[in-house]
Design a protein around this ligand. Sequence first.
Ligand code: PMP
Length: 353
Amino acid sequence: MSRLWSPFVQNLVPYTPGEQPKHRSFVKLNTNENPYGPSPKVIAAIAGTNDDSLRLYPDPTAGDLRQAIAATHGLSMAQVFAGNGSDEVLAHAFNAFFRDKGPVLFADVTYSFYPTYCNLYGLEYRTLPLDAEFRLDPAAYEGPCGGIVIANPNAPTGRAPGLAAIRDVLDRNPDVVVIVDEAYVDFGGDSAAPLIAEYDNLLVVQTFSKSRSLAGLRVGFALGHPDLIEGLTRVKDSFNSYPLGRPALAGALAAWQDRAHFDETRAKVMASRAHVTEGLSAQGFTVLPSQANFVFARHPDVAGADLMAGLRERGILVRHFGAERIRDWLRISIGTEADCAALLAATADLVAH
Ligand code: PMP
């Protein structure tokens, strides 16, 4: 019998991350990484953190990075929070703002870390169903609740709710914090960031993992009213006063400053997404319109689990989720053009048999 030492740990259901294979070289389209790699300036900046600077603690305020992010968005540094990946920023936000007021609301098909955070912090939650086409109904987000989370665009569907729907949810819920998780917004979505000037309860969370190709560095950030940022900072400082190490601070700053690399690589991802959407549709797949760096697709004749297994046998990893409602759907990250061609060749083979 295992000794987990506490009922709390015994009952925790942790998030299961997508596979990160160590040995075989797969075409890896399962965890929405960016196939193009970060700006070369990031590598130079990280290399510049030498043994003398690593001896010292990093800036606990992440000041240079927050200042750079703030300037781009026309905000003050007091409106920007930085953390160790947007997962950690989201965790701090749930911990800080979603207590004691009622269930946290989010969609029935969305990022599966949200219920995990609720479990971790002992928060009640309620899921609200997306419609048959996986669209969000803002009118459902009404009534007493502890807070709201909306992914813009949503994961794993890739569908963006649109700013009108986000505004509608904010208008209906002025007294709770509304988190808009924009991990994928740079691939053609409309960011809710401009709305923070109007709504003091809006927290927009973004990441360097996807559009800046730095999933391995673990940097995310939040934008919001200074009071929200102060709340996050208090929670962070009660947890770890140095969430970002010097290499992460230096690398993220360099990535933020290389706008040309950012624009060039996200344009390539968006072009490949159009190509994959077209190719899969021609093979009979239903593909949801995506504004993320992945597509969500199903085929009428082949079960999702079989497609995933067949792709794996052909050296391609994609993500398949167990939940009943999305049992036949695959989430397929957008890779390089060669990755996309390999994917389309493999799916053509699988659906023909
Ligand atoms: N939000 C969503 C919707 C995601 O899919 C992810 C990536 N798995 C994250 C947040 C977290 O990304 P990161 O911690 O790498 O910033």
